[in-house]
Write a protein that binds this ligand. Structure first.
Ligand code: PRP
Length: 192
């Protein structure tokens, strides 16, 4: 898809490529300071995190380990928020510092579930890093330790975030035009 086509579907750029790059560098510096000398395991939540994760970890000069948890809020068409784990963690995190990385913190259901699941594996500590935080949508009490950007309740796509699995490869965070947005009460509108 060309950038011209995107312009027809994206109402506005909420966070530009350069703003993302700058902020990711700042986050990486903070994280590096915190985990210097620690046994860090970065656990990223699939799928939306991939772009953010790739940009973030290549700026971390730390001997980290990387693993993924696949989790998706299936139960589409409802707001039940049923989570399905599509990939389990493989690395041993016992006694280690875990940094959970996700693209967006919305209701907080996903990170609450994932954190509870990880806790059972007895890591030394779990911290949370999200690119985007939408506090106005919170239903579960989750406090992220690192936040790229706090955003209003807009339906955002790009830089990993999708609508119906599209737009993940947009290099910026954009707001979808009205006619492309999901109908009310569908799962995706509830989330982003
Ligand atoms: C998105 C996003 C977060 C979650 C946030 O995942 O990546 O993991 O929703 O929402 P919550 O705070 O309300 O739980 P999604 O299930 O859409 O999967 P994806 O990453 O593959 O897009």
């Amino acid at each position: 898809m060309t950038r011209t086509q995107w312009r027809n579907e994206i109402e506005k750029v909420l966070i530009s490529e350069s703003e993302i790059a700058r902020r990711v560098t700042e986050l990486a510096l903070e994280i590096e300071k915190e985990y210097s000398g620690r046994d860090l395991v970065v656990v990223a939540l699939l799928n939306g995190t991939v772009l953010f994760l790739a940009d973030l970890i290549r700026q971390l000069s730390l001997p980290l380990r990387l693993d993924f948890i696949g989790v998706s809020s299936y139960g589409a068409g409802t707001e039940s928020g049923n989570l399905v784990f599509t990939k389990e963690l493989r690395l041993d995190v016992k006694g280690r510092d875990v940094l959970l990385v996700d693209d967006i913190l919305d209701t907080g259901r996903t990170l609450t579930r994932v954190k509870a699941k990880l806790k059972k594996l007895k890591p030394r500590r779990i911290k949370i890093c999200v690119l985007l935080d939408k506090p106005s949508r919170r239903e579960e009490s989750v406090t992220p330790d690192y936040v790229g950007f706090t955003i209003p309740n807009e339906f955002v796509v790009g830089y990993g975030l999708d609508f119906a699995e599209r737009y993940r490869n947009l290099p910026y965070i954009g707001v979808l035009r009205q006619h492309n947005k999901p109908a009310p009460k569908k799962k995706k509108s509830a989330r982003k």
